[in-house]
Design a protein around this ligand. Structure first.
Ligand code: SF4
Ligand code: SF4
Length: 378
């Protein structure tokens, strides 16, 4: 049986409710809705603080529409996430508009950092999962559709990384610096908390150097599936991203945790959605995870992906605090300095910079290789 992935046109956040009804109608038969008291956790992507128009985070109107949809079907709804570790959760909830929507809809906001967690070990990876996620009868991943300089795409699967509370997310970057390992870790975390449903906010997504420094990009749709991997694979194909470079989706397919093969997925369009792939920009960096480990080991001095700092820097020091490997230092009123020997290319600094002052830059050697590859593929 093929896995349905549904896309519904939606170009305006004021029209999310009918689009949500359209995108969920073909999936409702697969959902355990209608049971009174069903505890549903909505897991948006709240990576950092920022106004909803910046398109870094799931738009609050998508959360509002989901709350209303679920309530009508008897569910008890909660909303929770854990942003990048150095970000203040209360500030994130306020600036992204999530706190206001939850207050208006009288829905509990759960704090993953304070609610306690349970330890897991999967295929050699050890991590904690926030207790509210484990207590839910139904988890709904509600990502913003964005590019990602480290993982190429961040969608419904990668969104579940936020179920790991606070500081541990940074520590995991440090303990698994190789991209191949990090993708495997994402697969292991996903295996503990696979969402029952995923609803992706693509009304306005982000391309270029996401997940926080890219460009807001109107995509004009909501997308949903009961299989988060099928949803992400479909999004990658529609946006023209190289699916083979998204290592965590490979992991999920390999361990039979989800479906990414096009022939096993039925894409249902509830209305016309333009082909966005020609204009959608991938990150300028190369996701190093697509290179075999033996190559990265051999040519490490010539292959790197490192932060560079622009004069937009306001010296806030957030990136320095976010770095899991102490690769950044800063003196007051100065742009941070990088110790290249310590940099593990995790992109945590890039993710948290509120001024978009950090770009991840690849080595000249890699630029050359990629240029040759592009020429030979023309
Ligand atoms: S680069 Fe960004 S995060 Fe780092 S100190 Fe400057 S403004 Fe702050
Ligand atoms: S400098 Fe940035 S990319 Fe390098 S290890 Fe630190 S946070 Fe990660």
């Amino acid at each position: 049986m093929s896995i349905p992935v549904v896309l519904a046109p939606c170009t305006d956040y004021r029209a999310v409710e009918p689009a949500l009804a359209a995108v969920l109608a073909p999936l409702e038969q697969y959902l355990p809705l209608g049971q009174p008291g069903l505890r549903v956790l909505l897991k948006p992507n709240l990576i950092t603080d920022g106004h909803p128009d910046e398109a870094k985070t799931t738009h609050p109107e998508v959360i509002r529409a989901l709350i209303r949809y679920l309530r009508q079907r008897g569910a008890e709804v909660r909303v929770g996430d854990s942003p990048a570790n150095v970000c203040d959760l209360d500030r994130v909830l306020k600036t992204t508009g999530i706190a206001a929507v939850c207050a208006e809809e009288q829905v509990e906001l759960v704090n993953f950092e304070k609610a306690g967690s349970e330890p897991f070990t999967v295929r050699g990876f050890s991590f904690n999962i926030a207790r509210p996620v484990l207590e839910a009868d139904m988890i709904i991943s509600v990502p913003k559709i964005k590019t990602h300089v480290l993982t190429l795409l961040t969608g419904a699967v990668k969104n579940m990384y936020g179920c790991v509370p606070g500081l541990q997310k940074t520590a995991l970057h440090k303990s698994h610096p190789h991209p191949t390992d990090f993708h495997a870790l994402l697969g292991a975390i996903y295996s503990c908390v696979p969402p029952t449903l995923s609803v992706a906010d693509g009304v306005i997504g982000m391309d270029g150097d996401g997940p926080t420094a890219g460009r807001p990009r109107p995509l004009g749709f909501l997308a949903a599936s009961c299989d988060a991997a099928a949803l992400d694979a479909t999004l990658a194909r529609r946006l023209g991203l190289d699916l083979s470079a998204i290592g965590y989706l490979r992991e999920i397919q390999m361990h039979h945790l989800g479906e990414t093969r096009a022939e096993q997925i039925e894409v249902i369009l509830t209305g016309p959605i333009p082909d966005l792939s020609p204009a959608f920009q991938a990150p300028q960096t190369l996701p190093l995870g697509r290179l075999p480990r033996w190559i990265t080991g051999l040519v490490t001095p010539w292959i790197w992906n490192r932060p560079a700092f622009s004069d937009h820097c306001k010296f806030c020091g957030l990136c320095v605090r976010a770095c899991p490997n102490s690769a950044l230092t800063q003196v007051p009123r100065r742009v941070p300095r990088l110790d290249p020997q310590r940099c593990i290319a995790c992109c945590c600094c890039h993710e948290v910079c509120p001024e978009r002052a950090i770009t991840m830059q690849i080595s000249p050697f890699l630029r050359l290789v990629m240029g040759i590859k592009r020429l030979t593929h023309k």
